[in-house]
Write a protein that binds this ligand. Structure first.
Ligand SMILES: [Zn+2]
Length: 225
């Protein structure tokens, strides 16, 4: 097994770095047929999780293949990361996604730079939503006025604007490392509201008819047994 490696993004250290396979964990999993006559019916299958570590920061990551394969170490090369899953990277528009990757790269060793990057991202979100006039304070007010940000998140966004100023000018002692988690959580809440929730609602609407059809199909199959 040793020697199987691949390059992938690391949400811990923010680098595209070598991931080293350390263990393959096999287990029985439950899934649902999505094609053939048994669509929507339950099936038990052998699944395999690939535990790997990041060569740069030594943190542990978990990968999996979909559909499942035989669990050979070579399958690690075809697997996708399931933990930690930094969902923001997956949902943000491409330009914001690369800005967030940059923020993650400095998160651990420079709280001030991280905070400044998050402030830049708030500016970029306003721009991406069509609000580009005035300073950031004015843009955030306009975002709220246009209903692009609800009241609670408008306050969160303004807090990020203020700590971004502290990070940029290193005033009041700069940003303490303990603040970084709170700053990240606030930003995640804003990005979830603007990008993730609408995307999930869209996915559900797109799949709803298919789920209903599968449920009816599974019910019919049960009644035939
Ligand atoms: Zn890493």
């Amino acid at each position: 097994m040793s020697g199987t490696t691949k390059i992938d993004f690391c949400p811990y250290c923010g680098n595209k770095s070598e991931k080293i396979l350390i263990h393959v964990q096999s287990y029985d999993d439950v899934g649902y047929y999505t094609d053939g006559l048994e669509k929507g019916c339950e099936c038990v299958y052998r699944n395999h999780d690939f535990l790997a570590s990041c060569k740069l920061c030594s943190r542990v990551l978990i990968y999996n293949t979909h559909p499942p394969r035989s669990g050979e170490p070579e399958d690690f090369l075809l697997s996708k990361r399931v933990f930690p899953k930094d969902s923001l990277i997956d949902y943000l528009p491409p330009e914001l996604s690369s800005m967030y990757e940059e923020a993650l790269k400095v998160e651990q060793h420079s709280p001030s730079l991280f905070t400044v990057q998050i402030r830049k991202m708030i500016e970029a979100i306003c721009y991406e939503r069509g609000v580009s006039k005035g300073n950031l304070y004015e843009r955030l007010k306009e975002m709220t006025k246009r209903n692009l940000l609800p009241g609670a998140l408008s306050e969160a966004t303004d807090l990020l604007r203020k700590v971004g100023n502290i990070g940029a000018h290193e005033v009041n002692g700069g940003i303490h490392p303990m603040e970084v988690d709170s700053i990240k959580s606030l930003f995640t809440a804003i990005a979830e509201h603007i990008y993730i929730v609408p995307s999930k609602i869209g996915d559900f609407k797109n799949n709803y008819q298919q789920y209903r059809e599968w449920a009816r199909n599974a019910d019919e199959q049960k009644n035939q047994i």
